[in-house]
Write a protein that binds this ligand. Sequence first.
Ligand SMILES: [Zn+2]
Length: 369
Amino acid sequence: MNKRLAVFSFVLCLTLIWFQSIVLAASDLATIEDLRISTSDDKVRIVADADKEVDYQSFALSSPNRIVVDLSNATLGRNVSKEIDVDNRYVEKVRVAQFEKDVVRIVVESPVKRNDYDVFGIVGGSSAYRVAMDFGQISYLNGSSGSNYSTGSSSSSASNSGNSYKPSNISVDSSAKSVLKGKVITIDPGHGGSDSGAVGPSGLYEKTATLKIGLNVAEMLKKSGAKVYITRKTDKDVYGPNASATAELQARCNVGNWSNSDIFVSIHLDSFTAPSAQGTTGYYYVNGSYDSQKLATYVKDGVIEQIGTPDRGAKTCNFYVVKNTEMPATLVEVAFVSNPDEEAILKSEDGIKKAAKGIFNGIVRYFQS
Ligand SMILES: [Zn+2]
């Protein structure tokens, strides 16, 4: 074989290998086959249908306000509309484009605030994989819901988890026992698993503190003879990782509703951009019963007595878990994790025990009154 032919064969070979790798890579990509938009009174749902699993990541941009969802390892199908006018109070316009070779970008122009949208994956169904985006009245917590930045990965944060946490042996007196005996109570430690909740300036996760407090409250209630249900005992999502806000929160409500609990107490930490914000708030549903208001007030007061936080009052709200539970319910914002002093309280075992004792005392007083 002459030299020139050998070089030519070699180059041809390389070219073929390179070409084949491109073809392989292209066929690995998911195709976004459809982008469906449905509207109802309280929300707009946008669903991207892919022919195989895609990873997704979302983030918000301002002026104009828009939420961007990147679907990676994906190409845009030929028949998908590139621009859709929704002209709804939750969504103005949806645009979709091949942003990079393997990234399809969906841009949703929407005026909703960060707790009023959610991006989540749905596996299964006729299409192998869907990414759904909800915009509208899905707001549920004034703390961070984690839904403003979510990824398709189902891995959850391993650190800061409180998974091995054992509640303390806090004594309860006999009067509490006589009040609580036989009462059915659901305790809901806010967030968990893929949703860390708000994060304090020195790194305390809301989900970690709420779990520790919740486990201590549950322990004291059990000791007093109450029948206690807790929505989670470990660092996990109640419904499942990266579920929609509604699915996750409904799963928590179900624990209370299906057990016919007498009361439902959801435990959260507050958070605000200004680190100076501080204090304890007892929330109850705006159309809730007088008993819910009473429960919110006593629980909040109990916490304040123990940890000495400023009183932000008992306030009405529209949070999902107090709205969709069928018994008197409160969501207590124990303190601001964004405030360095209050974060320090909740990082200490003493602070956790006191917060739990305060919630417990509030529950006892509620049943006493
Ligand atoms: Zn929260």
